[in-house]
Design a binder for this molecule. Structure first.
Ligand code: TYD
Ligand code: MG
Length: 463
């Protein structure tokens, strides 16, 4: 009989200890140890065992001889997913997709599963019943390529990994999707589904399966209240690729971001739109994000951003009005509110604008969160445009950081931002004077206004 043994696990990093500890010695978190039952005698090498499986083991290769594209990649019909994965799904890779509940992880993976015509896909669900999945599959019919009729997709509603591998051996799928890893349980571990040791063991089993058979496995993972992937950090260490699916649940845009990728760059980004018929790729996000502007309204500006590796033009709206109740309100959506307060202070002190008695509301349209400092100038101009109630010409956009002295600072990849603005039909872009080194402005049809101070921008725009 197997001996049942308990052990304590840090819920934040997965550190294992024989006794309870107040503070985790590895990650330093307090009060995170929880007792979980594990079985020590049972072999823990995972339930994926086949005698016929060929071992894929790594050999040292001289770096200059490695070709970037030696791995076999399956291209999906979803170009956004291909891009974030670095050019397609790598055979034998383990891909974790994290995101808040209801953001659309299951929808995305079901769409991908349905789109493969020539590959057998197994979609394992521990969260929904067969009929629920069927209903969803009927719903997602955005394009002819995503349809149930000629798909090659099998559904398995099971949570026990041993049973799953039994079915896998019979079916021999070429792609496996697990929705979600937190619902899976392995018989070798006593503790309940979703606990650190279960999540770790199940992931290890799927990893072993993926590496030995070369079948790519997608794991859907939940996100905790704090915004990290539920389960230990070790989960992120174990998988090859970590994708984050994010966005405002009430807005239609969703962003798929790579936070770790052993087979590609981590600064890639995919943008989707959630429709009643599923997720649709947005191949030119700028056009959608700024299309809703047809008349001159004050407080609206366009910033030339870079998200990941992708230039992106987004719209910023602000509303400045006299505060009627005592303390003025400052509120921002999609933009750091501390940074907003800083920019307001700069405008007050360096620009002489009396914003202290004004309510300021700032909104980045489309529900996108922005961290690129190149948005600063567009934010400042938007606020002053609303304050003065003077609109900014529609053909104008901005790409620069604003410093505490009111100086306009250079941002990276200015050239790329200029080209994107030009491509989208803008006629003028404001950038920092210090970003112009090595940029030939004559090359562009767009007028490049290089400025050094906030005052220069305001005098040009507002006279
Ligand atoms: P879901 O994929 O279940 O999210 P997750 O697996 O990340 O928890 O997506 C759920 C949301 O998406 C749900 O609130 C309804 C919405 N939705 C649509 O708007 N259109 C659709 O075609 C589908 C399938 C879902
Ligand atoms: Mg789901």
């Amino acid at each position: 009989m197997a001996k049942v043994k308990a052990s304590f696990f840090c819920q934040s990093c997965g550190y294992q200890s024989a006794k309870w500890l107040g503070k985790c010695p590895t990650c330093g978190a307090w009060n995170t140890f929880v007792e979980e039952l594990i079985q020590k005698d049972e072999p823990q090498q995972g339930s994926w065992k086949t005698s016929t499986s060929k071992q894929i083991s790594a050999k040292p290769i001289e770096i200059k001889e490695i070709q970037a594209d030696t791995q076999e990649r399956y291209k999906t019909i979803d170009n956004e997913l291909n891009r974030v994965l670095g050019g397609g799904i790598v055979a034998g890779s383990l891909i974790l997709i994290g995101g808040e509940p209801g953001i659309g992880k299951s929808t995305l993976m079901l769409q991908i599963s349905l789109s493969f015509k020539d590959k057998k896909v197994l979609y394992i669900s521990g969260e929904e019943s067969d009929s629920q999945i069927k209903m969803r599959a009927e719903r997602v019919n955005l394009s002819e390529q995503i349809s149930m009729i000629d798909s090659n997709c099998y559904i398995l509603t099971e949570t026990n990994t041993q049973n799953i591998f039994k079915q896998i051996e019979i079916l021999e799928p070429q792609i496996v999707v697990v929705d979600s890893i937190q619902t899976m349980t392995s018989t070798y571990i006593e503790s309940s589904a979703g606990s650190i040791s279960q999540v770790r063991e199940c992931t290890a089993e799927f990893m072993k399966y993926a590496k030995e058979t070369g079948v790519p496995v997608f794991l859907i993972g939940h996100i905790t209240k704090e915004g990290t992937l539920a389960g230990p950090k070790v989960l992120e260490h174990m998988v090859d690729t970590v994708l984050q699916f994010e966005g405002d649940r009430h807005m239609t845009y969703r962003i798929l971001r790579t936070t770790k990728n052993r087979f590609g760059s981590t600064s890639e980004l995919g943008i989707y739109e959630m429709h009643a018929q599923g997720l649709r790729e947005v191949s030119n996000p700028s056009e959608i994000l700024i299309s809703q502007k047809d008349s001159d309204i004050s407080g609206v500006t366009i910033a030339a951003m870079i998200e990941g590796n992708r230039p992106l033009l987004i719209e910023i709206q602000s509303l400045v009005s006299v505060a009627t109740y005592g303390t003025p309100q400052r509120s921002s959506t999609g933009f750091d509110s501390k940074r907003l307060n800083m920019l307001l202070a700069v405008l007050e002190k360096r620009g002489g604008f009396r914003l202290g008695q004004q309510d300021v509301f700032l909104n980045i349209t489309g529900g996108i969160r922005v961290d690129d400092p190149a948005i600063d100038l567009a934010v400042c101009v938007s606020i002053i445009s609303s304050y003065n109630d003077m609109s900014i010409p529609q053909y104008c956009c901005f790409a620069a950081e604003v410093g505490l002295g009111g100086e306009i600072r250079a941002v990276n990849r200015t050239e790329q931002r200029i080209s994107e603005a030009e491509k989208l039909g803008f006629k003028q872009i404001f950038v920092s004077k210090f970003a112009m080194k090595g940029i030939e402005s004559k090359k562009y049809a767009i007028k490049i206004s290089s400025v050094a101070k906030l005052d220069d921008v305001f005098s040009e725009l507002f006279g």
